[in-house]
Design a protein around this ligand. Structure first.
Ligand SMILES: Nc1ncnc2c1ncn2[C@@H]1O[C@H](COP(=O)(O)OP(=O)(O)OP(=O)(O)O)[C@@H](O)[C@H]1O
Length: 672
């Protein structure tokens, strides 16, 4: 097997012995020799790089975190030892009749100061650790989001890629600890600390084992520790932010979720690519994250100089109550001191508990290695539509006058993944720059599929598509998208304000009220805006948005406003008009943009589209392709493509097709 990259390791770990099937995403990997070897390979080649990537913004603090983690793991042994010394001293004073209060106070005082310093160090270490972890959490979530908005639709259709992203998400989410357990690189840190704790205790145990009494204590301790294995586990207590959120923070938390939703949802992906929303999503998410994080920080325990005290008082508890009858009996018949026995016993307890934690943590870490592999591999994923560097050509607007020229050659065909029948087959046509093409045909005949291929949202399997003299595959999709505007059939309905729903059509102008109002006016949506309670600022209800509720989140259902299909359609048209008049736009594609509008509105919108495709002197400026079921609109186009069963059955002017007296003529005659 040639296993080298994190992707290879991840894929190999999903293999089911004796079967060709793969483990379902998120499934636990069995502990086999092969998986252990894979985990080792992953750790060896990627752990350092990953740590560097996640904690790279705080290198000094990370080193300090590692050091304090190790140092703190030795505190319990050190504490036990110093406690034993005090007990021995007191015992000696009692037995030798030299008891003195000042001596006792001196000893206790020294111990209190030691504990105070230890508490202070603890507090500083936690403070430092929080800073490093917060930054790692941000990085992991940011990179996850970045990778989502970077990838295109065809990349997501690959089932293996979907599984990879699923497991990579599990890894990213594990940083929050609460939902999936604490599987993360921190497990390795935890394992290191536990090993250090065990070693320090073992060292202590060995150094004080002096008599048979100690062996007895060892046996007794083992018994007393193993019996109550059912000791209630410490329960992770969540910080309850309920009612602590200010409205601004609640809005930020809400916005963070919305941006995540846009980045993750398949529904939004085409338009995220088409309108180049990547940067906007990332920056909006990052700023909302910071607002929420700042508020969470305000509720977290502060670095405190008094925290050392609380721990100091435990010494009294240990001194007074932590002795048991068997130990006292043993003590009577032995030369061992009370302090050494108490230390011995607590160390054995600690070793046993730490060992149990180590086993649990190691099991989790073993699983997390494969999720880590998924995360590392997912950051390397390449968008499928991205051309190889050596094949890439720059899109030149001025290369063809009057818009974009399109030639579909050699039987362009496309079959959706998982389908047996092609949705598009043997498509060939020529469109001169500046021409208007109407695509008509029955439902399911492949019109939208052809539009998506022309929009470079999906690829095609066979044939050749030449745009402005070059294969469409040679353009960087994001560059190509900057030269077109579109209304897609399944356009996005963002759970956001009316203004933002329109503004995303041109991110550069999203804050310009004037641009938005112009686009709204062109799409004849002014009346809708005027009827809304807060005008452009009204939050619209999106069927695609599923808000995740959490304490303090605002209820969007009570504040958002629903719209009709036709009203949403006007928003989509306004969105396309946001950039349609930009000089860089060469192609407009409208997939049934006015299907829900009345005849008058349809005509007016098409007049606007026609105006946008012409210079003021009437010369051609942009190519326009529109899909419509309304043949009275189609007849106004320069060319008409009649689609049937996934192919262009007839192509020509309206008059030519009528003359032909074929499918188009019969469809036309039925509709008038
Ligand atoms: N995502 C998809 N996965 C699998 N098959 C699909 C997908 N989208 C469309 N199809 C299939 O491809 C064929 C063409 O669909 P397409 O949406 O291009 O038709 P259309 O001509 O635009 O139809 P309509 O007039 O109803 O909008 C149909 O048979 C449809 O079922």
């Amino acid at each position: 097997e040639d296993i080298q990259t994190p992707y290879d390791i991840w894929l190999a770990s999903r293999a089911v012995a004796g079967s060709k099937e793969l483990l379902i995403p998120g499934a636990q990997r069995p502990l086999t020799f092969r998986n252990a070897r894979l985990a080792y390979m992953m750790l060896q080649s990627n752990t350092f790089g990953l740590f560097k990537r996640l904690c790279g913004s705080h290198p000094k603090r990370t080193v300090l975190m590692l050091a304090t983690h190790l140092a703190r793991s030795m505190f319990p042994a050190f504490r036990g030892y110093s406690q034993a010394l005090i007990i021995d001293e007191i015992q000696l004073q009692f037995t030798s009749d030299t008891f003195s209060w000042p001596r006792l106070l001196h000893l206790t005082g020294t111990e209190l100061i030691r504990r105070y310093i230890e508490g202070l160090l603890d507090s500083y270490a936690s403070h430092n650790e929080n800073i490093v972890l917060d930054s790692a959490k941000f990085t992991v979530e940011f990179q996850q989001l970045q990778q989502r908005v970077r990838l295109d639709c065809p990349t997501f259709t690959d089932p293996l890629t979907r599984d990879l992203l699923h497991e990579s998400d599990l890894f990213a989410r594990s940083f929050n600890g609460s939902s999936f357990g604490s599987i993360s690189p921190l497990d390795f840190l935890q394992m290191l600390s536990l090993v250090a704790e065990i070693v320090s205790h073992l060292f202590l145990i060995l150094s004080v084992t002096r008599s048979y009494t100690h062996i007895w204590v060892l046996v007794l301790s083992l018994c007393s520790t193993c019996l109550p294995l059912v000791i209630p586990q410490a329960v992770w207590s969540h910080n309850d932010y309920d009612s602590q959120f200010t409205p601004r923070e609640a809005r930020a938390a809400d916005r963070r979720e919305k941006m995540r939703n846009i980045a993750f949802s398949d529904i939004y992906r085409p338009e995220v690519q088409l309108f180049g929303l990547q940067e906007w999503i990332l920056s909006s998410w990052a700023s909302a994250w910071r607002t929420v994080h700042d508020s969470e920080l305000a509720h977290q325990p502060k670095l405190s100089f008094i925290s050392g005290f609380s721990d100091s008082f435990r010494i009294f508890q240990n001194l007074m109550f932590d002795f048991q009858v068997p130990f006292l009996i043993l003590l009577q018949s032995s030369s061992a001191t009370l302090g050494s026995l108490s230390l011995y016993r607590s160390s054995i307890h600690s070793v046993i508990f730490s060992f149990r934690s180590l086993v649990t943590t190691t099991k989790m870490a073993f699983q997390s290695v494969f999720l880590m592999a998924a995360w590392c591999a997912s950051t390397e994923l390449k968008p499928k539509l991205q051309p190889e560097k050596q094949n890439k050509v720059n899109y030149k607007s001025e290369s063809v006058a009057g818009g974009i020229s399109i030639r579909a050659r050699r039987n362009v065909s496309y079959t959706y993944p998982g389908c047996s029948e092609p949705a598009l087959k043997n498509v060939n046509f020529d469109l001169i720059a500046g021409e208007a093409l109407a695509i008509v045909g029955y439902n399911g005949s492949g019109k939208s599929t052809l539009a998506k291929i022309l929009l470079r949202i999906i690829d095609f399997d066979e044939g050749e598509l030449i745009v402005n003299g070059h294969s469409i595959r040679r353009y960087d999709p994001s560059e190509y998208h900057q030269h077109l505007s579109a209304v897609m059939q399944g356009f996005s309905k963002f759970n956001s304000t009316f203004r933002e729903n329109v503004g995303v059509g041109s991110i550069a102008h999203i804050t310009s009220r004037e641009s938005i109002e112009t686009a709204v006016n062109l799409a004849q949506a002014d009346d809708i805006v005027n009827s809304l309670p807060k005008g452009l600022q009204t939050v619209l209800e999106s069927p695609a948005f599923e808000p995740i509720s959490y304490p303090g989140s605002i209820s969007t259902s009570s504040t958002s406003h629903g719209l009709s299909g036709g009203e949403w359609q006007r928003i989509a048209i306004a969105r396309a008009f946001m950039r349609a008049n930009d000089p860089s736009i060469d192609l407009l594609i409208f997939d049934e943009p006015t299907s829900s509008l009345d005849a008058k509105a349809q005509k007016e919108i098409f007049d606007t589209i026609h105006r946008l495709t012409r210079h003021s002197d009437g010369s051609r400026r942009r190519t326009v392709i529109f899909i419509t079921h309304r043949l009275s609109l189609a007849r106004k186009a320069d060319r008409v493509a009649m689609m049937e069963n996934g192919t262009i059955a007839e192509f020509g002017t309206h008059e030519q097709l009528l003359e032909k007296n074929g499918s188009y003529a019969s469809l036309y005659n039925q509709s008038v």
